[in-house]
Design a protein around this ligand. Structure first.
Ligand SMILES: [Zn+2]
Length: 289
């Protein structure tokens, strides 16, 4: 996962929200959260954001960074629209009151792969830190429009990394499974750097991408082998040029999958102290700007 700066919402989404949110508020006021009269409305309209999301995310899943085609891939609601599942005492409990009013909110929408979005992986799961509160749900009856306080998600201590708000590198890392082995034998895995990272890996089942990411990193390791042999032979200019081109292709290129994993792989293959010795530059943290 990398940071995603996705810009302003497309006008089509604003148009859909202007029509559909008032209908949802009316249904909520008459029937309450979880009622069919409300949930039926929540499946409509937000799909207009899919082409914009897909373009700005360069065709990649917001969570696992797999390159996906546009057809039948869902628009994912980061905060689920038909009841949020919270992990309490090892079980997933549904909180029916959240987050129907964010169904057409741009900042809550991502292009995601079927696997990350499916029920049993992320689905409606949206855990928060134990002993903290969710943002307040509108009370019944709600004024129309819904008060701004219900859209301010900053106080909520979510246990899922949000690619728009968080720096995924603070929470998730790819590491060699066994660093004591020679680097040519390294297999790679994803690890949480804190509780939020651990929960994100669990909810999105990110370890299911490990085989694919290992294949991808294999390409980096083959290039590193060439760079390493340039260094050993004293051909530092060749090493620097090959290192530069590897960064450009695997870390900086917005269309590449698994840019987070590529950045970590370079960190372990050639740590900063070694880079300084050989005149190799540090890659910047990949993100979508
Ligand atoms: Zn995915």
């Amino acid at each position: 996962m990398i940071r995603l700066n996705l810009g302003a919402e497309p006008a089509e989404l604003e148009t859909e929200r202007a029509t559909r949110l008032p209908l949802a508020i009316t249904a909520f006021n008459s029937h309450g959260p979880g009622a069919k009269q409300l949930t039926n409305l929540l499946d409509q309209g937000y799909q207009v954001a899919r082409p914009t999301l897909r373009d700005r995310q360069h065709g990649k899943c917001a969570f696992c960074e797999k390159q996906e085609d546009a057809f039948k891939r869902p628009v994912e609601h980061f905060r689920p629209k038909k009841g949020a599942q919270d992990k309490q005492g090892g079980s997933w409990i549904t909180v029916k009151t959240h987050y129907w009013w964010l169904t057409w909110t741009w900042e809550n929408l991502y292009f995601a792969c079927d696997r990350c979005n499916m029920s049993g992986n992320k689905g409606s799961r949206f855990p928060i830190q134990a002993s903290t509160n969710r943002i307040a749900a509108p009370s019944q009856p709600s004024p129309n429009p819904v008060a701004p306080v219900h859209y301010d998600c900053t106080p909520e201590q979510a246990l899922l990394v949000d690619p728009r708000r968080d720096n995924p590198f603070d929470h998730l890392q790819w590491t060699p499974v066994n660093r004591n082995e020679p680097w040519r034998l390294w297999q790679w895995t994803i690890e949480g750097r804190d509780a939020k990272g651990d929960m994100t890996i669990e909810v999105l089942a990110l370890t299911e991408r490990v085989d694919e990411v290992n294949l991808h990193i294999k390409g980096i390791m083959l290039l590193w082998e060439q760079i390493d042999s340039h260094i050993t032979a004293g051909r530092l200019a060749n090493a620097m040029a090959a290192w530069d081109s590897m960064i450009t292709n695997f870390v900086d290129n917005p269309r590449q999958p698994y840019r987070n994993a590529a950045w970590w792989a370079l960190l372990y293959l050639c740590p900063p102290a070694e880079r300084i010795r050989h005149g190799l530059r540090d890659p910047t943290l990949p993100e979508v700007r």
